[in-house]
Ligand binder design. Structure first.
Ligand SMILES: [Zn+2]
Length: 299
């Protein structure tokens, strides 16, 4: 049987928020079985709790946010990607501000901290979401499809009219190992002109070359360059792993995303949820299901 996990000890990280430019502290605390992921605005006197579930999620143009209708926490996708990638089921995330710090623009700072403290098994069966049938969702040029599967497999394709990006496509079977080695370190990216425009409008108060890959017309401005030649499409997979965790539980499916973004991911997930295509399966029940299927085949 596969058991639920939480982290073994509290994690504290502090860093700059890309939208506010403020220094924000985040504490991830271990949580008990079946409690899921909960965000808490630790900076507010009433400490509002925002449970991670699709009704509480908004997909924006450049980020994913959670809200209880009154309070918000922006840029939750990279911390959620790390927790999902490392298969953490339960955790309380105290955020002392309105957004999760950006750090280097990847999920690796979270992964490193979680690896340092380790995880704790809770001896309750792990719950996962499976698809009853295939689902496809389109929005403008972006498209995402979900097929029933027994493992999480993600294929992403991106296209940017820039000679350093162009078309990139990659498929990865997601396990904690492949997540750490092939996905977690990939940084988000942006274009210098757009960043300046947003900064002038006051939307992006933080952010510099240490938070993202920044491109101008003919080069990458970061002196260290790329971490891997297809870092851009790997970050797309990182974002998808974070966004699909907004269902509150790990989703097991074969996913193909073409020119997708946060808004598309969240709209698609809300539709999947609304149309009743998800089935929650406990690890014990799944084991039984697989055994009984095998047994039938050999009869
Ligand atoms: Zn991202």
């Amino acid at each position: 049987m596969e058991y639920q996990k939480t982290i073994a000890k509290k994690i504290v990280l502090e860093g700059e928020g890309i939208f506010s430019g403020k220094n924000i502290k985040v504490e991830i605390e271990p949580a008990k079985e079946n409690s899921g992921i909960n965000f808490i605005r630790g900076d507010l006197p009433e400490k509002p709790v925002i449970p991670l579930k699709i009704e509480n999620v908004i997909g924006l143009d450049g980020a994913t946010a959670v809200t209880d209708g009154k309070h918000f926490i922006y840029l939750v996708e990279h911390i959620l990607s790390a927790l999902h990638g490392l298969q953490i089921d339960n955790a309380n995330i105290y955020v002392y501000g309105e957004e999760i710090p950006i750090f280097d623009g990847s999920a690796y700072p979270w992964v490193k901290k979680i690896q340092e403290v380790g995880y704790k098994l809770l001896f309750y069966p792990k719950k996962k979401l499976y698809l009853r049938k295939s689902f496809q969702y389109q929005n403008g040029t972006g498209k995402i499809s979900f097929k029933p599967s027994n493992t999480l497999k993600i294929k992403a394709s991106i296209y940017f009219e820039h000679f350093l990006i162009g078309h990139q496509s990659l498929e990865i079977n997601i396990t904690p190992r492949s997540y750490i080695q092939e996905v977690s370190f990939a940084r988000t990216f942006g274009f210098k002109d757009i960043l300046f425009e947003r900064r002038n409008k006051g939307i992006l108060k933080g952010g510099n070359l240490s938070n993202a890959i920044i491109l101008d017309k003919d080069s990458i401005l970061n002196p260290e360059g790329l971490r891997i030649s297809d870092e851009f499409v790997r970050h797309k997979i990182l974002d998808i792993i974070g966004d699909i965790f907004t269902l509150g539980q790990p989703l097991v499916a074969e996913i193909e995303a073409i020119y997708s973004n946060h808004r598309l991911h969240i709209e698609a997930l809300k539709n999947i949820y609304k149309t009743g295509l998800l089935e929650e399966v406990e690890s014990r029940a799944l084991t039984f299901l697989l055994i009984s299927k095998k047994f039938k085949r050999t009869e």
